[in-house]
Design a protein around this ligand. Structure first.
Ligand code: SF4
Length: 456
């Protein structure tokens, strides 16, 4: 039987006749979760979120309830909530569907979460390029404020919170929570060193701050609606709820689908939902959760130990769609933005494309990231320009190994992981490409870079 969706977050996204207006949202039961739960004690709401086991949907997959539990409530400083709507990981386009098509769901999630952690002020930090989303949210916040869902003494509860929109200036690293905080403070978006700058203790204006992703804050609304323990029954142990998968690349039907965690496989996603490969082609590789996660080559096998103690062997297409399973296969679910590549893809060029992006987006604070990303970009660009050397593949892997784990923020890993996975898995392609170039050079041929490739 073909796999099916389970729409919770996207329950009204793309529904005919559903609009972004407040009236429409209210007609569909909107703000009822806020109305009901703002009467409860904030600590009870935090306990529900913890019981639900819901994980953050921004990429790292950290349990939301645990993150909230780290808040320094004893300092006496104001607490802030920041909604991270920077969504800039290549291949990821799930949060913007919520913003574009159901903005009040996000606002309700922000307000009830702000109440649960007793935030004094909430911010939505939105990617600068998403002007359309910014305008939709500005309008929706004004509508919500007019009906007292935002602002002073919300629904007569005695709790007040204002939502402030802030547009970024198009910098990838401002999606990293401490870089985002610096940017929100009006400074250059340099990620901060952790420790001591864990946002839950020393966040915005050095006050306790929670930074949650758009989808995560919407999940909170549904956790409270169902109850934490009921919500925990959706999906699989350790990864409750649904995941929104945004699939791009070489499939018949690219798009987005919301699927219960662990209840379908990569095969279901790529064939049942996306319609399989393009005519006459075969899948070669996937990058499962945004471009920084490690590439998986179709055909490789993973021997895994399951939670019940049994052993299994999976191919890439057999991997269940939950974070634990991708972790067992050496990659990560990340943001759920899956990039699919078929047998027409030149994997060296695919890596060169990513290296160009990550080098451009390094903030330059730490040497391994700043220098390493430039070298990686220079080498892969040179190989793609026809001047490859046989030792380049190992050199790329070696440089990436020196970057990962040695930087202030996870951008170091974002640079390294694509290289560390691509080179060993596609070494045959690297060698074939370089050998062909060497032959061409010997015979005086001038290799021509493929159209669209960015050269340094
Ligand atoms: Fe900046 Fe890169 Fe260091 Fe992150 S890892 S702080 S992006 S230089």
């Amino acid at each position: 039987m073909p796999a099916t969706e389970r729409r919770i977050i996207y329950c009204h996204v793309d529904e005919p006749g559903y609009t972004t207006d407040l009236d429409c949202y209210v007609r569909h039961g909107g703000y009822e979760v806020l109305r009901k739960h703002i009467q409860r004690k904030p600590e009870e709401l935090c306990a529900e979120v913890k019981d639900s086991g819901v994980r953050g949907r921004g990429g790292a997959g950290f349990p939301t309830g645990m993150k909230w539990g780290f808040l320094d409530r004893k300092s006496g400083k104001p607490i802030y909530l920041i909604c991270n709507a920077d969504e800039s990981e290549p291949g990821t386009f799930k949060d913007r569907q919520i913003i574009y098509k159901d903005p009040h769901q996000l606002i309700e999630g922000v307000v009830i979460s702000a109440y649960a952690i007793q935030a004094k002020m909430a911010f939505i930090y939105i990617r600068g390029e998403m002007v359309h989303g910014y305008k939709i949210l500005e309008r929706a916040i004004a509508e919500a404020r007019a009906k007292n869902f935002v602002g002073e003494n919300i629904l007569g509860s005695g709790y007040s919170v204002e939502i402030v929109m802030h547009r970024g200036a198009g910098c990838y690293i401002c999606g990293e929570e401490t870089g985002l905080i610096e940017s929100l403070e009006g400074k250059r978006g340099y990620p901060r060193i952790k420790p001591p700058f864990f946002p839950a203790v020393l966040g915005l204006y050095n006050c306790p701050t929670i930074v949650n992703n758009v989808e995560t804050l919407c999940q909170v609304k549904h956790v409270l609606d169902m109850g934490g323990k009921e919500f925990a029954k959706i999906g699989v142990a350790g990864d409750s709820g649904t995941h929104i998968w945004g699939v791009s690349g070489h499939v018949v039907r690219p798009g987005y689908w919301e699927i219960e965690s662990g209840k379908a496989t990569v095969r279901d996603l790529l064939y049942d939902f996306c319609g399989g490969p393009l005519p006459g082609r075969e899948f070669k590789a996937i990058i499962p959760g945004g471009s920084s996660t490690k590439v998986l080559r179709v055909g490789e096998k993973f021997k895994v130990k399951l939670t019940d103690g049994s052993a299994a062997e999976w191919g890439v297409l057999d991997i269940p769609l939950d974070s634990n399973s991708f972790g067992l296969c050496g990659s990560a679910l990340g943001t759920g933005g899956m990039i699919v590549m078929d047998d027409t893809t030149d994997m060296v060029e695919a890596l060169a494309n990513l290296n160009a992006f990550y080098a451009h987006e390094s903030c330059g604070q730490c040497t391994p990231c700043r220098e390493g990303s430039l070298w990686l970009n220079k080498i892969t660009t040179r190989v793609c320009a026809g001047n490859g050397r046989l030792e380049d593949a190992d050199l790329v892997k070696n440089i990436a190994d020196q970057v990962a784990g040695r930087t202030i923020c996870a951008h170091g890993e974002a640079i390294a992981w694509p290289c560390q996975s691509n080179v060993p898995k596609f070494k045959d392609e690297w060698e074939a490409k370089v050998r062909a170039q060497m032959q061409a050079r010997e015979h005086g041929g001038a290799p021509v870079p493929r159209k669209g490739l960015r050269l340094v």
